[in-house]
Structures are given as structure tokens and as C-alpha cells.
Design a protein around this ligand. Structure first.
Ligand SMILES: NC(=O)c1ccc[n+]([C@@H]2O[C@H](COP(=O)([O-])OP(=O)(O)OC[C@H]3O[C@@H](n4cnc5c(N)ncnc54)[C@H](OP(=O)(O)O)[C@@H]3O)[C@@H](O)[C@H]2O)c1
Length: 256
């Protein structure tokens, strides 16, 4: 049995690869030798990332898809397997965070979060699971990984984050249940819970919410997306008998 200190010969799928944590993770997995399927809606961004990966000697497949659509999510997984040959690693990262009070909230913001953070993750997990189980059985590494990106908001509920909290707590509960279901077949399910990371995530909020968030976090030094990518790479390169179940990663200066 090989030690999993590199990912040569493996295939990964990263959702939300067009920016932030997903983009950094796709790059990092490619550097470790994994062929990477890049899934998101903004094709131009995915094309640019695929170019960078290929320039560095890696392999990348661009898949323009909205993971909140069942068929698009399913087809993204199937295209990965048919074009790249297998599926060893899934990073369920695509997500939106639209904060604010419950009272008077635009209901479409809630629908968007539930559709992407919950339904999108479930659709990808459902489609990927048979392939991950097969990879754990037949690959030289003898193990496969699903990494689900939650948040500190999946641990701690806060005023003004009700529906985001709901979606990320749900990701945590689902991940732990699935972990118990498949761990003896060597599919590792890991939960990563970042604190504040400098990405585009906040920029999709209404201006008054962005101001509120600016005040909440002040000038603390935020994490970089590559630092979450490092954690994900650590998880998926452990030896077969080591499963990192959960990682909570805050900026040092973040209190809550
Ligand atoms: N940044 C933070 O402080 C932080 C903290 C804790 C947890 N997180 C979590 O980390 C994950 C990544 O967020 P980020 O910070 O990297 O933010 P980001 O830069 O805004 O990235 C979000 C990614 O999700 C994709 N996405 C959104 N809706 C999608 C859909 N319907 N179908 C497919 N892809 C979709 C976006 O791509 P397209 O728009 O091109 O589709 C983008 O690539 C999220 O789950 C977020 O909740 C972030």
C-alpha cells in the first residue's frame, strides 16, 4: 500500500472552482499530481484556471455547471469520470453567504443559499458516491475522499446569519452521517469549517450587510484561500488508515 503523500494518477472534482477557496484548492490538488475537474458557472474564470494548471504541467477539465440543478450536478460528475477516467476526490465547496435579519429578508436570498449550499452539495455527493466507493476499492491508494466545506457558521449560530447557519449546520450533520455510512469502505468524509477568508463571498451581500460585516470583523488579518487549500491537501494526502474528520480554522485574530 502506498502512502498518500502525492496524488499522481488520481482525479479530483472541485465545485466552485472559479474563485476563492475552490480555485486555490484546484490549483493545489493539481500541484500534487491530481487531474482536476473544475466546476462552476463562470466559464471564463474556469478557462483561465485550466490554462494555469496546464502551464504548470497539470491536467484540468472545465465543466460549466450550476450545481443547484440536479441534472447539471449529476452530469458534471459523470463527465469527470468519462473524460478523466475515475473519481478519487470530491471537494464540495460551491457556496453562497447572504446575511441579514430574518425579518423582511429577500426570500430569494434564502432560496439561493438552500439551493447551492444544501441541494447542490447533496446532488454532487449523491452522484459522486458510487465512484468514490469504487476508487477506494480499486485504486493503489485504497482510499477516496469527500471534503465538504462548511464554516464557523456551521458550528456557531449568530444574529443575522440564520439561514446561512441553517445551511452550514446541515452540511455538518449530513457529513457526519455519511462519514459513518462509508468510512469502513475507506471513503473518508471530512468537514472543513473556515473562519473569515479573503474571497468574493461577502461581495454578493446587500451594501448595508457588507458594512455590518466590515464592522463585525474590523481589520483582522483574514485567512488566504490558499491556507484553506493547504488544509484540504493535508486531509486528502493522509495515509489510508488516517481520517481527518473535521477541521475548524479561524484567523488568529477572529474571536467568534
Ligand atoms: N470566505 C469565507 O470567509 C468563508 C468562510 C467559511 C466558509 N466559506 C465557504 O467556502 C466556500 C467557498 O467560498 P469562497 O469564500 O471561496 O467564496 P467565493 O469566492 O464567492 O466562491 C464561491 C464559489 O462558489 C461558486 N458557486 C456559487 N453558486 C454556484 C452554483 N449555483 N453552481 C456552481 N458553483 C457555484 C462560485 O462560482 P460561480 O459564481 O462561477 O458559479 C464560486 O466559484 C463556500 O461554501 C463558503 O460558504 C467561506
Amino acid at each position: 500500500m502506498t502512502q498518500n503523500n502525492d496524488l499522481n494518477g488520481t482525479v479530483a472534482l472541485v465545485t466552485g472552482a472559479s474563485s476563492g477557496i475552490g480555485e486555490a484548492t484546484a490549483l493545489a490538488l493539481a500541484e500534487l499530481g491530481s487531474a482536476v475537474a473544475l466546476v462552476a458557472r463562470r466559464r471564463d474564470r474556469l478557462d483561465g484556471l485550466a490554462e494555469r494548471i496546464k502551464e504548470q504541467g497539470g491536467a484540468a477539465l472545465v465543466i460549466e455547471a450550476d450545481v443547484s440543478h440536479l441534472k447539471q450536478a449529476h452530469d458534471a460528475v459523470e463527465r469527470t469520470v468519462s473524460e478523466l477516467g475515475r473519481l478519487d476526490t470530491v471537494v464540495n465547496n460551491a457556496g453562497v453567504m447572504l446575511l441579514g435579519p430574518v425579518e423582511g429578508a429577500p426570500i430569494e436570498e434564502w432560496q439561493n443559499m438552500v439551493n447551492v449550499n444544501v441541494s447542490g452539495l447533496l446532488y454532487c455527493a449523491h452522484a459522486a458516491l458510487p465512484h468514490l466507493l469504487r476508487a477506494a476499492e480499486d485504486s493503489p491508494r485504497g482510499v477516496a475522499d469527500m471534503v465538504n466545506i462548511s464554516s464557523v457558521a456551521g458550528r456557531v449560530a449568530r444574529l443575522g446569519s440564520g439561514v446561512y447557519n441553517l445551511t452550514k449546520h446541515g452540511v455538518g450533520a449530513f457529513s457526519e452521517s455519511l462519514r459513518q455510512e462509508v468510512t469502513q469502505r475507506h471513503v473518508r468524509v471530512a468537514l472543513v469549517e473556515p473562519g473569515a477568508v479573503g474571497t468574493e463571498l461577502v461581495s454578493h451581500n446587500r451594501p448595508e450587510i457588507q458594512e455590518m460585516l466590515g464592522q463585525r470583523f474590523g481589520n483582522i488579518e483574514r485567512l488566504e484561500a490558499s491556507e484553506i487549500a493547504d488544509a484540504i491537501c493535508y486531509i486528502v494526502t493522509r495515509p489510508r488508515h488516517v481520517a481527518i474528520n473535521e477541521l475548524l480554522i479561524r484567523p488568529t485574530e477572529q474571536q467568534g
